[in-house]
Design a binder for this molecule. Structure first.
Ligand code: GTP
Ligand code: MG
Length: 202
């Protein structure tokens, strides 16, 4: 399973500017610097489809990419980056929540979480918000190449335990590394399966 074509469509600063919602969409979101843009490049086998950077806060707009002329990837701004001003943070927040609440073609959200850290309040709160608003999501752990498999198994077990304190069932979980190309087939298979099964009648 490989992506044949992947093109940047546009950057939007609000819902009204987004491309026509003709394709099923998959949004990638997470704390700044978690590796969203890198993951999008890894998924699509492109080096620089989405701009990556060592400087957090690079992605500040809603970025749409069209894949195989059939589905959309959406790179959303990183949330929770402390160094943007409070006003700016509110702006991001509204941009993100409006998109997630009102975009009809949105199929699911991939919440990216750094595999090295214990569960962070901001991620747990965001999952709660998604649940309250009935927005389906998966968790995509990133940068697992930075841990030994033993360390990663321990972290993952702890993370699941924490989730099960407030969730009846776990969401789909993916373990990935963009540098190591880990998790690409699993994520693509999941997306393709959803693409096949959803009626395009939003
Ligand atoms: P913003 O758009 O700024 O919110 O960041 P982002 O979430 O898009 O992160 P980005 O993909 O730009 O990656 C941030 C940094 O992490 C870059 O220096 C990447 O090279 C690095 N990085 C991303 N994914 C991985 C990974 O799987 N493994 C390793 N080792 N580094 C990674
Ligand atoms: Mg980015």
């Amino acid at each position: 399973m490989k992506v044949k074509s992947a093109e940047f469509v546009k950057s939007s600063s609000k819902n009204e500017e987004c491309p026509k919602d003709v394709h099923p969409e998959y949004a990638f979101i997470g704390r700044s610097n978690v590796g969203k843009s890198s993951l999008i490049n890894m998924l699509t086998d492109r080096k620089s489809l989405a701009k990556t950077s060592g400087t957090p806060g690079k992605t500040q707009l809603i970025n749409h990419f069209v894949i195989d002329n059939n589905w959309h990837i959406v790179d959303l701004p990183g949330f929770g980056y402390a160094k943007v001003s409070k006003g700016e943070r509110k702006g991001f927040q509204k941009l993100i929540t409006d998109f997630l609440l009102f975009r009809k073609s949105l199929i699911t959200v991939f919440l990216l979480v750094d595999s090295r850290h214990p569960p962070q309040k901001i991620d747990l709160e965001f999952m709660r918000w998604l649940g309250e608003n009935a927005i389906p999501f998966s968790i995509v752990f990133t940068k697992i190449d930075k841990l030994t498999s033993n360390e990663w198994n321990k972290n993952l077990t702890k993370y699941k335990k924490k989730l099960l304190l407030e969730w009846e069932a776990l969401p789909p979980i993916f373990s990935t590394s963009s540098t190591g190309k880990v998790g690409q087939p699993e994520l693509l298979a999941y997306i393709y399966k959803l693409n096949e099964t959803i009626p395009r009648s939003w």
